[in-house]
Each structure stands twice: as structure tokens, then as C-alpha cells.
Design a protein around this ligand. Sequence first.
Ligand code: NAI
Ligand code: MG
Length: 485
Amino acid sequence: MTVQSVLDEVRERPGSGEVIPVIDPATEEQITEFKDAGPEAVDEAVAAAKATAASGVWSGMPDYSRAKVLWRVADLIDENADVLSELESLNAGIPRSQAKVITAVGSEWFRYYAGWCTKVDGIARSVNTGGLTGIESHMHAYTLREPYDVVGLIFPWNGPIFNYCAKLAPALAAGCSTVVKPAEETPLSALVLDRILSEAGVPDGVANLVNGFGHTAGAAITAHPDVDKVAFTGSTEVGREIVHASASSNLNKVTLELGGKSPVLIFDDANLDLAIATAAFGCFLHSGQVCMLGSRIFVQRSIYERVVDGIATVANNLQLGGPDEEGSMIGPLISQKQLTRVMGYLEQGRAEGVELVTGGHRLDRKGYFVHPTVATKIDPSTSRLFKEEIFGPIVTVLPFDDEDEAITLANDTEYGLAGTIWTESLGRAHRVAKRLKAGTVGLNCQLQFDHSMPFGGFKQSGWGYEAGKAGIDTYLQSKTVWAQM
Ligand code: NAI
Ligand code: MG
């Protein structure tokens, strides 16, 4: 497949709904378009998934054979890494070198979960019990781990290849059949990945790609009576809608990864050069459009000015540009919609009296580029800039006096995805890690994430876990079988 053939193919895909343009966010130019799938296409996709679940063509395949197919998917992702990373750059504005890394991470998710296919175990026990009958007898009891039949997988636009792999790999390893909806902004790489699944030997009907808007195709999946589970990554607002849809349809099980407003705590005994460089990268990466970035930095008062200056200096030196521009480290925001949203927060911040030490404006060029922005002098109890997930290159930096105040500020958020602690004190590092209300904590490191370790949010950052063993458990249900001996 070539980039051009994907641009052509997405245009030809069937659909009954509105025509949706695909925009290159670095140039604001339309690169192709596609049709919203419409409710009939979602019905067809769900029916195909249901049929494969009933036939057992995937869930009943020997586990070592399923593992081989997933390993082959990983190899094919590597073989197609050039076209995948080019599409990722073109469609999501991600610098090419970073798009290559994301593609390689995606293939490793398939390899990791290929390994899990052969390691899904239940438990077995011999029990003397009568249960509720009261007539005690000898029982053999065991559990079966069974995949959900039909799983709806709905992704955001901020890392299309990664999101695809992080959900498909464990869902397929578990033996589920799936209906897959990428974000309307980023339909391209999913088309290649879908093709790769077929080529690797995933049977037809097991992974059913549908394209379209959230309120049409996405909503049709979440409300469908034959969808047994929905796994979603995106906004908290849509997360709530998915829970409502589940409650008012068939109570399908829901897993949510909903982003955050993660704190970074820098204590006065930290390795400051490393802390500043990492914290700056850790809030501006991908123009702030990554769920686990550290968008609220708190600094012990004695080093506050130095850290603000240091982060502002990095912000001013970060080179923004299109994915293939020489030296570009940060790309554009994904869309005009996201640009409008980010500029709205900046305007509101100015009205609140927030000081923008640097940034605060879009770049004077084509593309949805916003200058990395450092905001100070914020009232944490009222500022929306401080409280809400923005998904733009905006970081707030506030001072604290002692450990207790740092923890109170850090935890004063409805989110709980991640947190970072910079200190050379071993005791403080672990003490504060224990008190942070977050699903991932970095001690003198940030943005650590791997397919082998569970990832999920406290509070309104989500329901359930992805990655590691927990990541495959998400797609399995447990059945307890009692046998009278
Ligand atoms: P969104 O949550 O609306 O979109 C994410 C996905 O959900 C897309 O595939 C979309 O089509 C789908 N969707 C939307 N409405 C749906 C519905 N009613 N039922 C089923 N699926 C639906 O995110 P949006 O509007 O693009 O971005 C707004 C904000 O959301 C961002 O500024 C950011 O704060 C947050 N966000 C967080 C992400 C994360 O990784 N946690 C990813 C994307 C956005
Ligand atoms: Mg939305």
C-alpha cells in the first residue's frame, strides 16, 4: 500500500452519511475525504462480528495459532512502517521521527499480546460444599476465561496507530470479535492496519472497521444491543455519554481512558536541569495532545523563579513545524476545532488575569500551530485553564511551600491519570507517590508507559486498565463451573 492508494481507498469506502473531509493539520489542506458509515454499516459490522463469535472461527482457534497470527500482524506492521508512519505524520501532524517510534510501539503491543494468547488461565479447586442446598458433597470447581463476543473499540485522533494497536492487540488475543471506529479526524492508518490484520490471517468479520463521526457511527456502536463491551479512549464528556448509552441499552461493559490534568511536583532537592528539561518536554510533546502529559507543574518556592524561567526557555527553543520540516520537534494541533478550543482557554486565562510568561498565540503561518505557553499567577480554585484538560501546549506553573501543600494542590483535580515527583530524597519520593491520587506515578522520570504494565486512571480519568495482564483481562469474562464428583 502507498500513501496515495490509502487516500484513494478511504474515499471509495461505502457509507450512507455525510462526506467528511480529511485535513492535513500542518497545511490546513484537504488531503482526501470519506463517507460517514451510517447506521446500516454499523449494523452490518456488528452482525459480522456476532457471526464470527458464534462460529468460533477466532475464539475457538487453537491459542497457539491465534498467537502466530498476532505475531504476524506485528511483523507486517514493521514491514509497512514507512507507509504507516508517513500516514500518521500526514494525518495527525506528528513529526516523522516520533511517528516511526509510535509505529514500532504499536507492533510491540501485538507481539506482547501474542504471548498472552497461550497464557490465559483460570483456577481449579476441590471443595466440600453443598452450596445453598446444605447437602455437603465433594465438588470439583474451575473457572473458564471467555472472551466477550462483540466488542466496540472507539479511538481518539491523538495517536491513531498507537490507539488501534493498544486496543486491538489485547481484544484479539482474548478472542473477541470487534467493531473498530477510529476518530473522524484520523481514518487513514486504520485502513492499513485493517488490511494487515487480514493479510496476517485474522478471519473476515473478526475486526470490522467503520468510519464516521462520534455522534453517528460511534453512538450507534455504543447503543447497539449486540455489542457486549465498549472500550473507549477520548474525552470525559463522551465517556459519560457511553456510560449513559450502556445504561439505556443492554448494560454492555465499559472501559474508559479519559485523559487527565496530571501534576508534576518539583522539590528543591531535585536534579533541576533534568527536571526542567523533562517537565518541559512532558507538557509540550505533541502540542500537549497526549493524555498523560504533566500540564500542572508545582515547584517549591525557593526554586520557583528558576524553574519558570527554565521551562519558558525550553518553550521558546522548541521548534514547531510540519512533520518533515528539518528539526521539527512539535507538530500542530489536530484540527481547527481543537485550535479554537485551545485559543478559547488562552482568552479565558487572560480574562482571569493569568500571566502568560511565554506563548499564548498561534504561529503566523499555515497549520494549527500554537506557541508553547507557560502560564503563572493563577487562582487554582477558579481557573478553568488550571482545572480542565485542554489538550494544547499550555502548562500552568504554581509555587508550593511544603510537601503537604504540594500533595493537596496535586490531588485537587477531578482527574487522576498520572503524576511525577522530582526529588533526590528516597523517602519523600515513595511517600509522595503513595499519596498521589493517580494511576501512574513517575519518580524522577515522566511519560513512562509500556505494554507490560497496567495503565488506567483514578477518579474521572477512567474505568478499568489497559496494558499488562490487566489489559487482556479487560476483554475476558470469568465463568465458574461446578462438577459433582
Ligand atoms: P471525543 O471524545 O469527542 O472523540 C474521541 C472519539 O470518540 C472519536 O472517535 C469520536 O468520534 C468518538 N465519539 C464522539 N462522540 C461520541 C459518542 N457520542 N459516542 C461514541 N463515540 C463518540 O474528543 P474530541 O471532541 O475530539 O476532543 C475534545 C477533548 O477531548 C480534547 O481537547 C481532550 O481534552 C479530550 N480528549 C482526550 C483524549 C485522551 O487521550 N484521553 C483523546 C482525545 C480527546
Ligand atoms: Mg467531542
